[in-house]
Write a protein that binds this ligand. Structure first.
Ligand SMILES: [Mg+2]
Length: 231
């Protein structure tokens, strides 16, 4: 059976230097300042593992926004993309290990590599491009935060796009860095390999029941994906 691998982006494939808040959070904060005038609507809002629309929804709730929420989410994401495009020039994302090598190794062994991320597609492209990874992924084979607000739904879209491209039956392996990646993968019957950049991430992934956990993208990840897919 064919293996489909869906990669989360933030904390899995890309990270940033210079400490928190990262370029994504900074851009969301600026977008909300534009939209509702809040000084820092990101305060106390968890971003990791969530989708762009759900993040903006949570920020609107945190500032007590009372207008047209769906429209504000769309406007907020449009503003976010403007700020993100500027911010990644100042502070580009960085690959988490040998991402390009891992994707190549997976593809050469017959796996179909896609993306499963809460980023809207344009944001995903900006982040990957700034990390020099745009050429490593076929963005047509992916599910994004603009496809669905709920993570499991966007993973399902990503898997379906891969199946449509490859045909036949497939085992889906999700690669992610949070408990929410694991839960969403379970909801679509996928297996999970975790990428843990620190001890806290490893603990969260272990508790959520990821089948395997590695420290970065690279040869160990490729091996873990093959082993998990073969189970
Ligand atoms: Mg992530």
């Amino acid at each position: 059976m064919r293996t489909i691998v869906l990669f989360d982006l933030d904390g899995t494939v890309v990270t940033f230097s210079g400490g928190n808040p990262g370029p994504g959070r900074v851009s969301m904060r600026r977008a909300m300042r534009d939209l509702v005038g809040a000084e820092d609507a990101t305060a106390g809002v968890r971003f990791a593992g969530r989708t762009d629309r759900s993040i903006v929804r949570a920020m609107l709730a945190s500032v007590g926004f009372e207008g047209d929420v769906e429209r504000a989410i769309t406007d907020g994401i449009a503003r976010y993309l403007v700020h993100l495009a500027e911010e990644v020039v100042r502070r580009p994302y960085l690959p988490v290990g040998d991402v390009g090598g891992a994707v190549e190794a997976l593809a050469s062994s017959g796996a179909l590599v896609g993306v499963g991320t809460g980023n809207v597609r344009e944001g995903a492209a900006l982040k990957l491009a700034s990390a020099g990874l745009l050429g490593s992924f076929d963005l047509a084979l992916g599910g994004y935060g603009c496809d669905a607000e709920e993570r499991s739904a966007l993973l399902r879209v990503g898997a379906e796009r891969c199946v449509a491209a490859a045909g036949g039956e497939a085992t889906v392996v999700v690669v992610g860095d949070t408990r929410l990646d694991v839960e969403a993968a379970r909801a679509i019957g996928a297996r999970v390999v975790g990428v843990a950049l620190d001890a806290a991430a490893r603990e969260e992934l272990e508790a959520a029941g990821a089948e395997a956990i590695v420290d970065a993208c690279g040869a160990a990840l490729v091996e873990a994906i093959r082993a998990v897919a073969a189970r």
